[in-house]
Design a protein around this ligand. Structure first.
Ligand code: FAD
Ligand code: MLT
Ligand code: ZN
Length: 529
């Protein structure tokens, strides 16, 4: 049965043969000159409670850190070319930019503790930084905060092949961990397009979701323990490898998703599931959004026990990918929506039959118009590159405004058309035309998790564009009792909009927790609360 389905849904081998091999997800963006950063985002004023760094501070850091781990410009008594700090001062989207004159790259938890103790005692503001792939302006300084980069802490501390429990430094790159556990028959419980650069510590700090959340759940479940350095230098050693531990408050949960505002994560203990023997990936062409939902319902009904991902993107996202990535559409024509289904199980024949049956049913019911089923690992990788290549393709198209929202699936995509219309009405956008300030409005995301990424790509970041959808998007999300941040976090971008998703009393308790852990507010100031 499967063969006939394949024959019908795979357009041609030729189309696939033209695809290039999946490329490693990139650090990506060139760092733009300062002049490009318009004043469109309103920086909070620098707090004068924070000390301005001097050579005296840098001299102290030299007593606790090896000299090669300090990058300081002449402005604070160092010798580094200020351009060397650009990559630490600018975020991945080239949207936010700070003016830090010093980056510290400690090699041990003790060094992190010594740095933080000094900074807390002397009211020196600090921004913890992992792979700097965050999308809400949380990972870069707002003003002259010290950048505390974890990239020199990248060792696996232990791995238990029976339980699959990995304990590692926070600065390990996600993809390197993925390769490490893959050699031992396991997978990391999270995967995202930024895996080639992001750190596990950054993933935990943002509670990153990604494409496997549907299968393995959030990091609140997979992370078993954390080692965290508090702003006063205390090391909270909660690097447990236990699956079960009900001894009072589960403090680690507070740091998962705290975005560097409560402590610096230096070690992570995480459970890694077994790698599935049989993986299938299909890309489908879908005529409308209601069919995307119907297909999801049927996929869960027919293949729920092996379903490992259900992603979708619209035609505008696809056009950006096809323009900027060396990939071809695996389908024979264009469709309003595309869905990527992945199954991962232990019995290939069983999974093939199940997925084959599902695809046949979807085609027969007209829910899906066309489809391609990957025939080997390289086709699987290319199909995933198509989905994971969207953020980078949009950034290559222009300045990307990104909204990451959670709302009930039936109305999730409405906001994309709504925003496009508002922009058209304001004479800022015309679909298909390049003579307007806005070039593209698109939506994609983890529909299985009820998470849409609404993106507006413009010539540049500027107020006249921003004001069309801010705070409108947040009001709209709030009216559906959704979340203004499904997975990217709050950072600087959404700090002033937190009230759209959290009640005043919840925000008050968040502030009290912040005061408790960081009474001098030196950690990642101006962000989150
Ligand atoms: P950074 O960007 O360096 O930092 C992010 C935040 O965490 C900052 O507030 C920072 O201060 C804090 N932080 C970093 N390290 C530490 C630490 N050790 N201790 C305390 N605080 C720390 N996110 C998703 O959820 N799902 C996706 O599918 C997804 N896909 C992405 C695809 C691309 C191409 C890109 C560029 C980003 C994507 N993201 C996604 C955004 C995501 O939040 C980050 O990629 C990732 O989790 C951040 O890790 P990082 O090491 O780069 O952290
Ligand atoms: C994704 O799902 O691709 C990421 O969250 C990044 C993005 O939203 O662009
Ligand atoms: Zn995402």
């Amino acid at each position: 049965m499967l063969a006939s389905v394949r024959a019908r849904i795979i357009p041609t081998r030729k189309a696939s043969a033209g695809w290039t091999a999946a490329t490693k997800p990139l650090r990506g963006q060139a760092v733009l000159p300062l002049s490009v950063f318009a004043s469109f985002y309103h920086k909070p004023a620098r707090s004068e409670a924070f000390k301005r760094l001097s050579a005296e501070d840098v001299n102290y850091f030299k007593t606790i850190l090896p000299s090669e781990t300090i990058l300081a410009t002449p402005a604070v008594g160092g010798t580094a070319d200020p351009a060397e700090l650009d990559a630490f001062n600018a975020d991945w989207l080239n949207k936010y930019r700070g003016n830090s004159q010093i980056v510290l790259r400690p090699k041990s938890t003790e060094q992190v503790a010594a740095i933080l103790k000094y900074c807390s005692d002397n009211r020196v503001a600090v921004v913890p930084q992992g792979g700097n792939t965050g999308l809400v302006g949380g990972s870069v300084p707002v003003h002259d905060e010290v950048v505390l980069s974890l990239r020199n802490m990248s060792k696996v501390r232990s791995y238990d092949e029976i339980s699959g429990i990995l304990v590692c430094d926070a600065g390990c790159v996600l993809e390197e961990l993925e390769n490490y556990v893959a050699e031992r028959g396991h997978v990391m419980p999270l995967d995202l397009g930024a895996k080639g650069s992001c750190h596990i510590g950054g993933n935990v700090a943002t509670n990153a979701g990604g494409i496997k959340l549907l299968r393995y759940g959030s990091l609140h479940g997979s992370v078993l323990g954390l080692e965290v350095v508090l702003p006063d230098g205390t090391v909270l050693d909660n690097l447990s490898t236990l699956r079960k531990d009900n001894t009072g408050y589960d403090l680690k949960q507070l740091f998962i998703g705290s975005e560097g505002t409560l402590g610096v994560i230096t070690g992570v203990s995480v459970v890694t599931p077994r790698r599935s023997e049989a993986v299938n990936v299909a890309v489908l062409g879908v005529p409308d959004y209601s069919s995307v939902q119907r297909a999801f319902k049927l996929t869960r009904q027919r293949c729920g026990e092996v379903l490992s991902a259900y992603e979708f993107w619209d035609a505008s996202s696809m056009s950006a990918v096809l323009k900027h990535q060396d990939l071809r559409n695996p389908l024979s024509s264009e469709y309003p929506f595309y869905v990527l289904i992945e199954t991962s199980g232990s019995n290939k024949d069983h999974d093939d039959e199940k997925l084959g049956g599902l695809l046949e049913e979807l085609m027969e019911e007209g829910v899906v118009k066309d489809g391609a089923l990957a025939q080997d690992d390289s086709q699987i990788a290319r199909m995933w590159s198509m989905r994971e290549g969207i953020p980078e393709s949009l950034s290559k198209t222009g300045a990307t405004y990104k909204y990451d929202i959670s709302i009930p699936i039936p109305v999730l995509y409405d906001i994309v058309g709504d925003i496009a219309q508002r922009l058209e009405k304001a004479n800022l956008y015309k679909p298909g035309s390049t003579s307007y300030p806005v070039r593209l409005v698109c939506g994609y995301g983890h529909i299985g998790d009820g998470n849409l990424h609404l993106n507006v790509v413009a010539e540049r970041f500027e107020d006249k564009v921003t004001k069309i959808f801010e705070p409108y998007v947040y009001e709209w999300v709030s009216s559906h009792r959704g979340s203004i941040s499904a997975e990217h976090g709050v950072g600087l971008m959404k700090r002033d909009y937190l009230g759209y998703s959290k009640s005043p009393s919840m925000i008050e308790y968040m502030k009290r927790i912040k005061d408790l852990f960081d009474p001098n507010h030196i950690l990642n100031p101006y962000k989150v609360v």
